[in-house]
Write a protein that binds this ligand. Structure first.
Ligand code: ATP
Ligand code: MG
Length: 161
């Protein structure tokens, strides 16, 4: 296994900025790419995924998949579809494998998928979203706009370049 490569860290002030970052990332993605989004409840994983979807030009809306584990959004532009996975209720990588996702022909974004991709795919991009410390009782207040720190780390040959 190759050493993970830290690609960069950014401070994201607002939900709109998170969406814009997603669009920026989405425009660089291609079929076969896998992203793992890690961060606490309300960190902005789905907000980022919405931007990624916009950058890819897929059919929305990208929502929090409550009853489905994986939702496929077809491309509006002949590009790869976006497969949006919520692994919150998945126990293991084995269950992720059971979803029979067409990794080779899709862009796959997995919320709560940390540690599940090793052995499923050779390369993936880890996206870590951190909320500021000391929020106190506001920590779970979804309406509060406050900065997030987003760190991208590449695993495997795809992210060497
Ligand atoms: N800087 C910011 N970046 C992203 N979202 C922010 C920011 N500041 C405030 N928010 C708010 O935080 C919430 C993020 O919700 P979102 O559904 O994207 O999180 P999530 O990580 O997918 O949560 P879950 O773990 O429930 O799936 C939204 O209500 C958004 O408006
Ligand atoms: Mg979410």
């Amino acid at each position: 296994m190759s050493t993970p490569l830290v690609l960069g860290t950014r401070t994201i002030a607002t939900p709109d900025d998170m969406n814009a970052l997603g669009q920026e990332i989405g425009r660089t993605l291609r079929a076969g790419d896998v992203l793992v989004l890690t961060g606490p409840l309300g960190a902005g994983k789905t907000t980022l995924t919405r931007g990624i979807g916009a950058g890819l030009g897929i059919r929305g809306p990208v929502t929090s998949p409550t009853f489905v584990l994986a939702r496929t959004h077809p491309s509006l532009t002949q590009g790869p579809p976006l497969v949006h996975v919520d692994a919150y209720r998945l126990a293991s990588a084995l269950e992720l494998d059971d979803l029979d996702i067409d990794f080779a022909h899709s862009v796959v974004v997995v919320e709560w998928g940390a540690g599940m991709l090793d052995g499923v795919t050779p390369s993936w991009l880890d996206v870590l979203i951190v909320r500021p410390e000391g929020g106190g009782e506001h920590d779970l207040d979804d309406d509060l706009v406050e900065p997030r720190t987003v760190t991208l780390t590449g695993h495997g040959p795809r992210w060497r370049a």
